[in-house]
Ligand binder design. Structure first.
Ligand code: PA5
Length: 463
């Protein structure tokens, strides 16, 4: 199991002004948390609640189909190119970066055990897209286009470019190089896939993008590059079992949600920093930033009142950002909760040779890089605590599929519980939809003519 240590948010350690009386808080909120967890677990099976992500680890049929397809195409492609944005990309990037060997795409096919390289295009920078298309041999590339709505302009414009080129190179056979992950019935990509005969996988109903990493949105790319998806699923299930516990004293997602909520609402600490001490976990922070920001940043609460709530998530990387952000975290405004993600045991050990013995750096010789990163994480934690900065440590015994899945699922549940504490709708994103609609209007999509006129007017007056 993950190890969760929240002692450094307590007033006994960081003082009355900045710390919580954690035990009293846990007791005060015990009934509320019990109700929230029980309620989430009841609602999760009801349509329209957007809680199907809590069931994703139990969808054996999906896992079977994903594995079957991955086995069928193994050896046929040199590259997988994922087209998607936001929740359709960030989970995939986070898990691939964590679980594939570092520098995967630069390894030889033998060192990749015959599995393909993987690229995610999650932006619409023309220089980047052109460079990607220049670099990849599309004939040897499997394109996984992922969009739940089936109409996101960024993803679909990329797909139109790639499809056009693929078809020019491969003729009708281009279809074999496309696999689409989208809604089972609705959306333009679904229509196109049916029309063109693409292989498809389904983003299940009531699973929002940022909660979709354990659906085919994540599982398919993972299986294509040889990540053991059974191990991920086991991590999900074991964590799910833990988090069904309705007692806050035994539920780390509830504890972390409550700590963040109280730090924000009672102590004015509305910035949530995630700082893994592992380069492989760097992109888990990107995923968390989206999860926390889109889920909790809301204008109105469930009673229809204007509240403008939401802690701001921030990503950092240890030890790199000790030389960038830590000065601010130690001495700047005391407005953050810092979560360290630690690794118990790295896959490898790297010794620092005993050279330069009689110089100021001689002390490093004979130690390991593992010792050094661990000492740096400990020191940063202690220094922050000295400065009375609340901090939490989550430790993965190892960076593997089992523990990474536990971490991601725990953070999803934590987000859902925090949403209930804030009394907001965790699963909508009206602020994103508004900008999406403006883009449709500006790009001339049918049905958005009126918005386009209003927008053009606003843009002239605003500029
Ligand atoms: O979490 C979300 O719902 C969003 O970030 C979406 O994933 C993102 O906007 C992409 O949407 P879609 O998958 O419909 O293309």
């Amino acid at each position: 199991m993950l190890n969760f240590d929240c002692r450094n948010v307590s007033k006994d350690i960081i003082g009355e002004t900045h710390g919580l009386d954690s035990n009293t808080a846990f007791n005060d909120y015990q009934e509320k948390i019990k109700h929230i967890i029980a309620d989430l677990n009841t609602r999760k099976d009801k349509p329209g609640q957007w809680l199907q992500w809590m069931n994703l680890g139990y969808n054996e049929e999906t896992v079977w189909y994903v594995k079957e397809y991955a086995a069928m195409v193994k050896g046929r492609f040199e590259n997988v190119l994922v087209l998607g944005i936001g929740g359709s990309a960030l989970g995939g990037i986070a898990v691939c970066e964590a679980l594939l060997k570092p520098y995967w795409n630069l390894l030889t096919p033998e060192k990749r055990n015959g599995y393909p390289r993987i690229f995610f295009l999650d932006n619409i920078d023309p220089d980047q897209i052109n460079a990607m298309l220049y670099m990849l041999d599309l004939k040897k590339t499997l394109v996984n286009v992922i969009t739940k709505s089936g109409s996101t302009a960024e993803t679909m414009s990329q797909f139109m470019i790639v499809k056009d080129r693929l078809e020019k190179e491969l003729g009708d056979d281009y279809r074999k190089n496309v696999v689409a992950t989208t809604d089972k019935q609705t959306g333009i990509l679904r229509q196109l896939a049916d029309q063109e005969g693409y292989k498809t996988f389904v983003v299940p109903d009531d699973v929002g993008g940022r909660f979709s990493v354990f659906s085919p949105v994540g599982l398919l790319p993972f299986a294509l590059v040889g990540i053991d998806i059974d191990e991920l699923i086991q991590g999900f299930k074991d964590m799910d079992l833990e988090l069904k516990n309705t007692s806050i004293f035994n539920n780390i997602a509830a504890q972390n949600a409550l700590i963040h909520y109280l730090m924000d609402t009672q102590k004015g600490k509305n910035l949530s920093v995630m700082m893994p001490y592992s380069s492989r976990l760097k992109y888990v922070s990107d995923w968390y930033v989206q999860l926390w920001a889109e889920s909790l940043g809301k204008e109105v609460n469930n009673n229809g009142e204007t509240v403008h709530v939401g802690p701001t998530p921030i990503k950092a990387l240890g030890a790199t950002d000790q030389h960038s952000q830590i000065q601010l975290y130690n001495e700047g405004p005391n407005d953050k909760v810092i979560t360290f993600i630690r690794v118990g045991e790295f896959d490898t050990t790297l010794e620092i040779p005993k050279i330069f013995e009689y110089t100021g750096i001689g002390y490093l010789g004979g130690k390991t890089i593992n010792n050094l990163i661990s000492a740096e994480a400990d020191s940063t934690k202690v220094a922050l605590t000295d400065y009375q900065r609340p901090n939490i440590s989550i430790t993965l015994p190892k960076v593997n599929g089992y523990y990474v899945a536990q971490l991601l699922y725990m953070l999803e549940v934590q987000t859902a519980i925090a949403g209930e504490l804030y009394n907001i709708n965790t699963f909508n994103q009206p602020g994103v939809e508004q900008a999406k609609n403006y883009t449709y209007a500006l790009m001339g999509r049918a049905g958005y003519e009126e918005s386009a006129n209003v927008l053009k007017e606003k843009m002239t007056t605003n500029v």
